[in-house]
Ligand binder design. Structure first.
Ligand code: MSP
Length: 516
């Protein structure tokens, strides 16, 4: 089956931050999970380059917008590589391929009779690139998100007939699986129930954007342009002049993962635009929460913006991915805490999993000719087999709900059970009597097999660590799928074992500053 997943297309006004890293890591985990499940995945990410916010940032740096965008785009690609993000498509909205797509799409919406010229006046936030519901006679209103002054605008714009799609959007958001989690769904239901209003899709006096055909002093509104990036990323041949079911690798998108601040655009405006163009809306929109740091909102003026590159250099890729997916309830707001980061990573990855593997490989090599013990006839009766099957089921169910925290819990519970098993069985005592060798072989095989299963389950969350564990167990790491690797008893004693080296080193707590 095909499966398309997207991150938002990130604004290039600044380098990537912890929030964008968080969304991207979560999407990467989902994409890897779907691949392991045997699906053919199209994982789309990219950057949102047009609009006033970017134009002004470039002006502030005395740079051509394009040069500025190239520079920041490279920073995104660099970080995604460092985080081992397995994206298939990287969309740039300033590319000529994307521009052709925007024209194609606009033509369809225009043909549906959904575009008209109107006048828009109101308070605008350049940070959000959005008109705000603020009264005209408000004095010096401030954006609640960006804490910056709103700007009064009164201009001729092209409008999209969103109001025409009231019924269709109501029906769509009523589909149980469409918006997750439930709290976000309630928010959108409430918004839609107030009645949808047409919204403007062009801007005047803005050069850094895509020109609207036949209205040369207008450029497309940055959101109208950027949302179409999801189609650009799905085109089998980028830049193709066709926009039909056949020209797309997989449509509709299975899941758009976004932060809660941009939910309306994805769950209301975007589906209506697609319906207008005769295309299917996405199957799901997942709105995750916001991250704070040590209880405070991160902000430039506060000087507390955690730099993902510094965090990565300090803790490493596995630590960063594991902490964000394991400690923060996906969908809820979360707080990044340095002490917890260190404690969780050390406890879960170095101790519970790393030590389990290390001590078991050491025992196995010592007592069984440098190797994995041969499977005994009772290997299928191991109590760890039943536990691993239960934990695999929990993990699968949780992953389908994008509940990474509970996936991680299932893995740790399996590792805890394997540690307890060793502590109960005490093979180091049993082995002293040679007649126990078969029993010890059974126990060691069971624990090593649990380690193999743990490594496979870790793969979508912390792929690098997963591969290091599988390598120590000399297990083939190419072309693994859940189907061909989660059955109990696949660990092959003929392959041997690598020398035990710690798969995850402990990190020391730092009071040092990882801020930008
Ligand atoms: N360019 C638009 C998206 C267009 S999609 C067609 C945009 N870009 S953004 O760079 O400002 O935001 C990207 C994502 O980062 C959003 O999903 C936003 O919710 C998320 N985050 C921004 N700050 C965040 C936190 N502090 N914590 C978690 N995510 C946050 O919006």
């Amino acid at each position: 089956m095909k499966y398309t997943i997207t991150t938002p297309l990130y604004y290039v006004n600044d380098k990537p931050h912890l929030g964008s890293s968080y969304t991207t890591i979560a999407c990467d985990a989902l994409a890897r999970f779907q691949r392991l499940n045997g699906n053919s995945v199209v994982f789309i990410t990219g950057v949102d380059e047009h609009g006033q916010k970017i134009e002004r940032t470039a002006q502030g740096k005395n740079m051509e917008p394009r040069v500025h965008c190239d520079e920041i785009t490279e920073k995104y690609k660099y970080l995604w590589d460092k985080l081992n993000i397995s994206y298939d498509r990287f969309v740039r909205t300033s590319s000529s391929e994307h521009e052709s797509l925007v024209y194609k799409f606009y033509e369809k919406v225009y043909q549906s009779g959904d575009v008209y010229m109107g006048r828009q006046s109101g308070w605008y936030c350049v940070g959000c690139e959005e008109y705000k519901d603020t009264e005209k006679n408000d004095i010096n209103p401030i954006c609640s998100i960006h804490k910056k002054k709103l700007e009064w605008r009164d201009e001729e714009n092209l409008f999209f007939r969103l109001s025409k799609y009231q019924k269709q959007i109501e029906n769509l958001i009523n589909i149980d699986s469409f918006i997750s989690p439930q709290s976000r769904k309630n928010e959108i239901t409430n918004f839609v129930s107030k009645g949808l209003r047409d919204f403007s899709i062009s801007r005047v006096n803005l050069n850094w954007g895509i020109n609207v055909p036949e209205n040369k002093n207008h450029t497309f509104y940055v959101w109208f342009d950027a949302l179409l990036g999801y189609i650009s990323g799905s085109l089998i041949e980028p830049g193709s002049l066709e926009l039909t079911e056949q020209s797309l690798s997989n449509w509709p998108v299975n899941i758009h993962v976004i932060g809660k601040d941009i939910l309306r655009f994805h769950a209301v405006y975007w589906p209506a635009m697609l319906i207008s163009a005769g295309m299917e809306p996405p199957l799901k929109v997942f709105g995750h929460g916001f991250l704070t740091r040590e209880g405070h909102k991160m902000g430039k003026s506060l000087g507390n913006v955690l730099d993902p590159i510094k965090l990565l250099e300090y803790g490493g890729i596995d630590a960063m991915r594991w902490y964000l997916l394991r400690d923060i309830e996906f969908g809820e707001d979360g707080d990044f805490q340095m002490k917890r980061f260190v404690d969780i990573v050390n406890s879960d990855l170095s101790n519970t999993i790393g030590n389990l593997l290390n001590r078991t490989i050491t025992m196995s090599k010592k007592w069984f000719q440098d190797n994995i013990p041969t499977k005994d006839i009772n290997y299928n009766q191991s109590s760890l087999k039943k536990i691993s099957e239960d934990k695999i089921n929990e993990y699968m169910k949780s992953f389908k709900e994008s509940n990474f925290k509970s996936c991680a819990n299932a893995i740790i519970e399996l590792a805890n059970s394997a540690n307890l098993y060793l502590n109960d069985r005490e093979p180091w005592k049993l082995i002293k009597d040679i007649s126990n060798k078969e029993i010890v072989a059974h126990d060691i095989y069971s624990v090593l097999e649990s380690c193999r299963i743990i490594a496979v389950l870790l793969n979508p969350l912390v792929p690098d660590l997963s591969i290091r564990i599988l390598n120590q167990l000399k297990t083939n790491t190419s072309s693994i799928t859940f189907k061909n690797s989660l059955k109990w008893g696949l660990l092959d004693p003929n392959n041997g074992l690598q020398d035990p080296t710690p798969v995850m080193c402990k990190i020391d707590f730092t009071e040092g500053d990882l801020s930008e």
